[in-house]
Design a protein around this ligand. Structure first.
Ligand code: FES
Length: 132
């Protein structure tokens, strides 16, 4: 094997390794849960307090400072890191590369380019239903 042939094979091998990694990374943007339908008791835990939030079943559920509820897909559409709820601005931020999303999940700052998926919420007593 001569030098040119060696580097040619290394290049092909590297490309073969990177393609599946890219496909895996790219698919993160489509990882929002589907067919969501679950309930949470909001009388205890982080959702008992205005401004609190939690992640369950891949969905971030937040209680705003005014006491209403929001639910969006938890995985950042950039590379899949779980976003965090920021009660002071009623928005979501990604701690990984600082993408920002408004309360409806729409991107307001990159590097993410795709919105978070928003889910419906209905409160009955202290039972919050989160659903698609
Ligand atoms: S993973 Fe969220 S901004 Fe990169």
């Amino acid at each position: 094997m001569d030098r040119k042939e060696f580097f040619s094979q290394i290049g092909i091998g590297t490309a073969a390794l990177l393609i599946p990694a890219c496909l895996s990374g790219c698919s993160k943007s489509d990882s929002a849960p589907t067919n969501v339908d679950f309930t949470i008791d909001v009388s205890t835990g982080s959702l008992a307090t205005n401004g609190g939030y939690l992640v369950q079943n891949g969905v971030l559920v937040a209680r705003t400072t005014s006491g209403s509820f929001l639910a969006v897909s938890a995985a950042c559409t950039h590379e899949g890191t779980n976003v965090q709820y920021v009660s002071s601005t009623n928005s979501f931020t990604c701690p990984n590369h600082n993408a920002q999303f408004n309360s409806t999940g729409a991107v307001t700052q990159g590097p993410a380019t795709k919105n978070l998926t928003k889910y419906n919420t209905t409160l009955t007593g202290t039972s919050l239903r989160v659903f698609s």
